[in-house]
Design a protein. Structure first.
Length: 171
């Protein structure tokens, strides 16, 4: 969604959906956005500073990091960004960034495309190690069976070469 800043007095509500197909370029094949990303963003303008805040929501199909089964994740995120106009300054070889500089995005001209910010916010809110349930038992490290589905006969304590070396080191 493209917003024209000249048409905003102080406040604008941007409601809409971003198609799930926009996420087809994501290299991580263990996650897939299956529903459009719904958003209701409040765009406020203070002189040249623009703030964009509001909820994002979509459904994803994602692979559990413990058992490797696919499950459905209802992703709910809150976008809160600040945009300021890009100022043409001479390039410095070194510049010190302050903490407040890291939270600001830049725009040029009179239009702001919200889609890249929505895209980024969704990807930033995907869990690093997603699990299908908090009590997921994962896979057996010996036989590879999914311990959520069936118990294996490998035993709880298996001896590994690395484990033996660690025991001898600690003793």
């Amino acid at each position: 969604m493209i917003i024209r800043l000249s048409e905003i007095e102080e406040l604008f509500i941007a409601r809409g959906s971003m198609e799930a197909s926009r996420f087809s370029e994501v290299e991580d094949k263990s996650m897939r956005v299956v529903t459009p990303v719904d958003y209701e963003l409040t765009v406020r303008k203070f002189d040249n500073l623009v703030t964009v805040q509001g909820p994002l929501e979509c459904t994803m199909s994602i692979t559990c990091s413990r058992c490797l089964d696919d499950f459905t994740l209802n992703l709910k995120a809150f976008m809160d960004i600040k945009l300021t106009p890009r100022i043409k300054t001479p390039r410095l070889s070194e510049a010190e960034l302050k903490s407040e500089d890291l939270d600001v995005y830049y725009y040029e001209g009179d239009e702001i495309d919200l889609d890249p910010f929505i895209y980024e916010e969704v990807l930033l809110n995907v869990p690093i190690r997603p699990v299908c349930t908090e009590d997921c038992k994962g896979l057996c490290p010996v036989c590879g069976k999914n311990k959520n589905v069936e118990e294996c006969q490998c035993g709880a304590a298996t001896q590994t070469l690395l484990g033996e070396k660690l025991k001898s080191f600690l003793n």
